[in-house]
Design a protein around this ligand. Structure first.
Ligand SMILES: *[C@@H]1O[C@H](CO)[C@@H](O)[C@H](O)[C@H]1NC(C)=O
Ligand SMILES: *[C@@H]1O[C@H](CO)[C@@H](O)[C@H](O)[C@H]1NC(C)=O
Ligand SMILES: *[C@@H]1O[C@H](CO)[C@@H](O)[C@H](O)[C@H]1NC(C)=O
Ligand SMILES: *[C@@H]1O[C@H](CO)[C@@H](O)[C@H](O)[C@H]1NC(C)=O
Ligand SMILES: *[C@@H]1O[C@H](CO)[C@@H](O)[C@H](O)[C@H]1NC(C)=O
Ligand SMILES: *[C@@H]1O[C@H](CO)[C@@H](O)[C@H](O)[C@H]1NC(C)=O
Length: 282
């Protein structure tokens, strides 16, 4: 396998440098295993390697060839970072590039960006991993050019992912943008995924943001079950489809928007739990 080094200049300010090693041209292929120069914590799991998959996603520990986007939550068996999951083909045109930085101006840029989007964390980046799909064609749509980027930023136990969207060619195929985890304990879908506004000159991904930078989305991705959940113990509800716990008497009253409740039910639907108060119950 011959891996080539590339460097492009690109007009969009929000992109990190488009440079590095190019993945081999291959339909539904991926980069080889890339060893990360610093560990990357993804929702409680610590990874030392990553794969940049041609169809617009990244995975850890193993490559993933799926060209057919699926909705999150997938309740699957892999951690998946998907800036633009759709059927892409880097044999026709474009390059899938990756690079990583442990010092220098790219690290400083990442430190600035994260401290600006997530204030008061006193964050300091020690690894920036950049994957860019540069002017890559959709499968069977020779001549289309789509550019986007995923930037993984790590510093100690904290980690973040940025997605940057550039020019997105128009297509009829679906796109999923977001991230998912093993069993979907954490997942996020960027609005517009699977809609007709996902692609084209006015792609909703290129025009929107959750951090007030057009075409950029930013996520903190370190917090795992250990960090963010309260203790998982107690009484288990009996197994049943669409069932619920028995009535649970609260040891202190709970005020909910002007009503005071002394008991609660916990309902189960698939893996989701929700809280339900029977109307009028005091
Ligand atoms: C990833 O691979 C490492 C090393 O083989 C292993 O310890 C870890 O459990 C794997 N993680 C997942 C989520 O499979
Ligand atoms: C930055 O890190 C690279 C390896 O990742 C190294 O070759 C280079 O010398 C380092 N530069 C500085 C200024 O530390
Ligand atoms: C950050 O800290 C400063 C000073 O401690 C405080 O005034 C500010 O509200 C904090 N910002 C956030 C978003 O918590
Ligand atoms: C999209 O924009 C490109 C240049 O930015 C232009 O050449 C093309 O005609 C546009 N496509 C549509 C459908 O407007
Ligand atoms: C994109 O939006 C602009 C302004 O709203 C509009 O003029 C243009 O026709 C749109 N282009 C496409 C390809 O929908
Ligand atoms: C969003 O960005 C614009 C331009 O960069 C700036 O003028 C505006 O104050 C920002 N809005 C917020 C809520 O930060």
């Amino acid at each position: 396998r011959k891996l080539l080094n590339f460097s492009y200049s690109f007009s969009s300010d929000s992109f990190y440098p488009i440079s590095g090693t190019a993945s081999p041209p291959s339909d539904d292929g991926s980069s080889p295993k890339i060893l990360l120069e610093r560990p990357f914590v993804y929702f409680g799991k610590t990874y030392d390697n990553i794969y940049v998959n041609n169809n617009g996603h990244l995975t850890f520990n193993a490559s993933y060839d799926s060209y057919s986007p699926q909705r999150f939550p997938l309740y699957g068996s892999r951690d998946l970072i998907a800036p633009f999951w759709t059927d892409l083909d880097n044999r026709r045109s474009g390059s899938v590039l990756y690079n990583q930085y442990t010092n220098g101006s790219v690290l400083q840029q990442a430190t600035r960006d994260i401290n600006s989007y997530f204030p008061n964390l006193s964050f300091s980046a020690d690894l920036v991993f950049v994957a860019t799909w540069y002017e890559v064609a959709y499968l069977s749509m020779t001549g289309t050019k789509t550019t986007f980027q995923a930037v993984l930023i790590s510093g100690g136990q904290k980690s973040f992912v940025l997605f940057n969207y550039g020019s997105i060619a128009s297509a009829t195929q679906s796109v999923q943008a977001g991230y998912d985890t093993i069993n979907s304990i954490h997942h996020f879908t960027i609005p517009g995924s699977f809609s007709s506004s996902a692609t084209g000159n006015n792609s909703t991904f290129s025009l929107s943001s959750n951090v007030n930078v057009t075409g950029r989305w930013a996520f903190q991705v370190d917090s795992g079950p250990e960090g963010s959940l309260y203790p998982m113990d107690g009484t288990a509800s009996s197994r049943s489809d669409d069932g619920s716990s028995p009535q649970i008497h609260l040891q202190r009253p709970f005020a909910y928007f002007g009503k005071t409740y002394n008991s609660i039910y916990v309902l189960s639907t698939h893996l989701l739990m929700c809280i339900y108060e029977p109307a009028g119950w005091i």
